[in-house]
Design a protein around this ligand. Structure first.
Ligand code: SF4
Length: 499
């Protein structure tokens, strides 16, 4: 069943009944393909990408896939034949349909087809550009090729059964003048802004093609490498980055990411008002921050001051994300507030400097890589435990390392950070990345700081290993009904009326 609009209430009830039947038949009716068979670690640029809000899998990934499809079209040839495109059609399937409207998936696809990319798009201009296409119903593919294109009918949501391989799928089709199909591609947005085209190598090796010196499959092997070499987790991550570029380039990238995270907090703290999307959610970070600063000048130090600041910084980022602002996926947009908040907390409450922030982010990327390769960082695959839980584990490990933790303590911090998010579902109200997402990032940051602290109080030995927690998260996610995996068909999304 294909519709160009979000379903009406009666339609939604019918679809819900259908999905409930599917879920009864199989708790994993929304398919999950886990884990990824990949030996080579993902790099810093894979885990931390510059994008726009509100979602890495539902906004950044679809825009990227659409831009790639446009690239194939505009190159003008396919299988040796010129492509004279007259019409385009894009279908979003599975979770990309169910929460597509709230996550602005259709708008992201339109902007991608118009040649925009998440890392370079100007968030302040994006809305105007998309609106222009809505009004003109024209899309320029090349200097000499402009076609009729009506986003309301040419970009559609398919509320039927998701495609087999992954809950986040898109079908792109290009037709010639006589209506003949010229090109058809299926793309998957697999979380954290990663995309894969059907038929391509799913290893993701194209993202980080260099062969790195330190290959490990899990946390146990990473720790063993650290023991053998005497390197820290950040040192191993840096050595692998050097193989992909150079030390200077790796540091430049990490510094740029840290700067964009810091900017995002500042933007979030300077904006007030209502977030877009229709839920009428009020931005709170700016007001809370003003109150905290005023208290400081009045010499009033609340007992939870450090945690209050960490919460406010996380919320500032996620409010910016919800408003479609410039974001670093860390490791996803939905969870993008946790790591920037912990970085800022480290800077302000531990007088952390740039070297410590580099250590924090490199360590966090190594932990994010372990989770992505052995389980998932996608809410559509494993629920929110894979998004905010992963971000908390990454931040906890990074903070622990920046504060001088040993590799054992660092992996212990990651384990604690993830363990206490196990089972957390993804149930955003109205399909918007606002409730529970914004506050959830504040909790993720606070838990990360607590996890780092607990690990630093110990000697690194721990009852449950990081590998065991990652595997538990994978299994728990696999057992979760699709209603709790970024479809807004369960949890808060159905029990809290949208008003
Ligand atoms: S509930 Fe968690 S996983 Fe779901 S959209 Fe919100 S932040 Fe992302």
């Amino acid at each position: 069943m294909i519709r160009g609009r979000i379903p009406t209430r009666p339609q939604e009830a019918r679809y819900k009944a259908k999905y409930e039947k599917m879920n009864k038949r199989s708790p994993s009716a929304n398919p999950v393909v886990l884990p990824q068979a990949r030996r080579q670690p993902f790099g810093v640029a894979d885990l931390f990408k510059v994008g726009i809000g509100p979602s890495s899998s539902h906004t950044v990934g679809p825009m990227k896939a659409a831009a790639e499809f446009r690239g194939t079209l505009t190159s003008g040839m396919h299988d040796g034949r010129p492509l004279e495109v007259a019409r385009l059609r894009v279908v979003s399937h599975g979770s990309l349909a169910w929460t597509g409207k709230g996550h602005a998936t259709d708008r992201a696809i339109v902007l991608g087809l118009a040649g925009e990319r998440p890392e370079s798009i100007d968030p302040d201009q994006a809305e105007a550009k998309a609106r222009r296409i809505d009004i003109d119903k024209r899309l320029r593919l090349r200097v000499d090729l402009e076609i009729d294109f009506d986003p309301s009918t040419d970009v559609v949501f398919d509320f039927g059964e998701p495609l087999g391989r992954h809950p986040n799928a898109m079908t792109f089709e290009a037709f010639g003048r006589g209506g003949a199909l010229l090109l058809r591609e299926i793309w998957y947005s697999v979380g954290g802004g990663f995309v894969e085209r059907e038929g391509d190598d799913v290893d993701g090796a194209h993202l980080s093609p260099a062969v790195v010196p330190y290959i490990y499959a899990n946390a146990r092997e990473l720790l063993s490498l650290a023991t053998q070499t005497g390197l820290s987790v950040a040192g191993i991550a840096l050595a692998n980055e050097e193989a992909r570029s150079s030390e200077a380039e790796a540091y430049a990238y990490v510094d740029r990411i840290a700067a964009i995270m810091a900017d995002c907090i500042e933007r979030g703290l300077s904006h007030r008002g209502i977030l877009p999307g229709g839920l009428k959610v009020r931005r709170r970070a700016a007001e809370m921050h003003s109150r905290l600063v005023a208290n400081r000048f009045a010499n009033v130090r609340p007992p939870n001051e450090a945690m209050d600041y960490a919460s406010v910084y996380a919320m500032a980022v996620n409010e910016e994300n919800a408003a479609g602002g410039r974001i670093v996926t860390a490791p996803t947009n939905g969870a993008s507030g946790v790591i920037p908040a912990v970085v800022r907390y480290y800077r302000e409450f531990h007088e952390g400097g740039n070297d410590g922030i580099r250590t924090l982010l490199l360590t966090a990327s190594a932990v994010g890589d372990l989770i992505k390769r052995n389980a998932s960082i996608s809410g559509a695959e494993v629920g929110c435990q894979g998004e905010v839980g992963s971000a908390a584990a990454m931040a906890a490990a990074g903070l622990c390392a920046a504060l001088g933790g040993t590799p054992q303590q660092v992996l212990n911090a990651a384990e604690v950070g993830l363990e206490h998010h196990l089972g957390m579902t993804c149930d955003p109200i109205g399909g918007l990345v606002q409730i529970p997402c914004i506050e959830r990032n504040a909790f993720g940051a606070v838990k990360a700081i607590n996890a780092a602290s607990l690990a630093l109080h110990g000697d690194g030995s721990h009852f449950v290993s990081l590998d065991q927690v990652i595997e538990t998260m994978r299994q728990t996610g696999f057992d979760m009904k699709s209603a709790y995996r970024e479809t807004s068909r369960g949890g808060l999304a159905v029990n809290v009326p949208e008003c």
